[in-house]
Structure formats: structure tokens, C-alpha cells
Design a protein around this ligand. Structure first.
Ligand SMILES: [Zn+2]
Length: 183
């Protein structure tokens, strides 16, 4: 694409290009109405008509503005996410959330992971250390025995992140409390 030509004299190029008198020089061939609309900061058709009547828009007599994509995007408004009704469980141990997290540094006791259990009703959190991931199932059973003894209730459901994968590989029976959930 050639923008301007000039003659080289010594180390300089003397350019004799014709520049438009208006401040914006558009290279693409666009509808003058759209071009003015953009130059004027996406002015409304009504506002542009007022200016056109005063002969302030060069080359524009009547304004007929087609739909401008940028304006349409600008007029869109954000729709708030509908807040879901709370579905908190009504009893202790009705639902226990669980996940396994890896630690960056091994603990003094040699743990590289920790497992969390969160009771959905009370929001009480337990975080227990694990040396390896294969201890997950054993730790879950220890936790289950502890809380069921303390509360005299049974864990109804457990939402498990990494645990499900491990639980599957251990071939748990169907009567187990471990169930898969997509949370
Ligand atoms: Zn616009």
C-alpha cells in the first residue's frame, strides 16, 4: 500500500501528499454518514441531523444512519445472575463436602497432602494431613467413625472431589456412603 510518494533529496524525502482539510483521514471507503457518526463519538442520528442542517458535516445533507454494531454492543446491559435458592442441608452430617489439596512443602511430620471435610449444615471444617493420596480412603473412614460417634448420626452423603477417583479404584461396595456428585 502506498500512502504518499516523495523525492529523495540528500537524506530526506520531500513529500507532496494531498491531505484532507478535516482532522481525520480515513483510508477505507465507508458510508460518509457512518464515518461522521464515528468521528463524532457515535453521535445519535438526531444530533447529526441538527449538525447537517447547519452544514457542519462536510458532504452530508440528509442523515440516514444504519445500525452501528459498536453502538448496539454499547447499549447492551449486563444481566445479573439469578441467585439460586439456598439448598443448605437441615441436619448435621446430611452432606459432607470433601477435597484433597497438595501442599507446596512437605510438613515436619512428612505430610504432602491434606484432606478437608466440610459439614454442609454447620460449615465446620476439618483438615487432616496425608502422606500420600492412597491414605484418602482410610482417612475418610477415620473421620466418618469419629464424627458419627460424636454426633450419633450417620453421614448421608459425601461430595468428593479427588476422592471419588480413588474410591472407585478401591472398588467400594454400593452400600458405601461415597457417592458421586457434580458440584
Ligand atoms: Zn455507533
Amino acid at each position: 500500500m502506498v500512502v504518499a510518494k516523495g523525492n529523495r533529496i540528500s537524506l530526506l524525502h520531500h513529500v507532496s501528499a494531498n491531505l484532507s482539510s478535516v482532522s481525520v483521514n480515513a483510508l477505507e471507503k465507508e458510508d460518509p454518514c457512518v464515518l461522521w457518526h464515528k468521528r463524532l463519538g457515535h453521535m445519535s442520528e438526531k444530533g447529526m441531523t441538527v449538525l447537517a442542517k447547519k452544514n457542519l458535516l462536510k458532504g452530508m445533507k440528509c442523515v440516514h444512519l444504519n445500525k452501528c454494531a459498536d453502538c448496539l454492543v454499547g447499549k447492551q446491559h449486563m444481566v445479573a445472575f439469578k441467585s439460586l435458592p439456598p439448598h443448605k442441608k437441615s441436619e448435621l452430617l446430611d452432606l459432607v463436602h470433601s477435597d484433597v489439596c497438595k501442599m507446596l512443602v512437605r510438613s515436619i511430620g512428612g505430610a504432602k497432602y491434606f484432606i478437608t471435610f466440610i459439614d454442609d449444615f454447620s460449615r465446620k471444617v476439618w483438615a487432616l494431613p496425608l502422606k500420600s493420596k492412597d491414605q484418602v480412603l482410610g482417612m475418610f473412614k477415620q473421620f466418618q467413625a469419629l464424627v458419627e460417634r460424636e454426633t450419633e448420626k450417620k453421614i448421608v452423603e459425601s461430595i468428593l472431589g479427588h476422592l471419588m477417583h480413588i474410591a472407585k479404584s478401591k472398588r467400594l461396595g454400593t452400600n458405601s456412603h461415597l457417592q458421586r456428585h457434580h458440584s
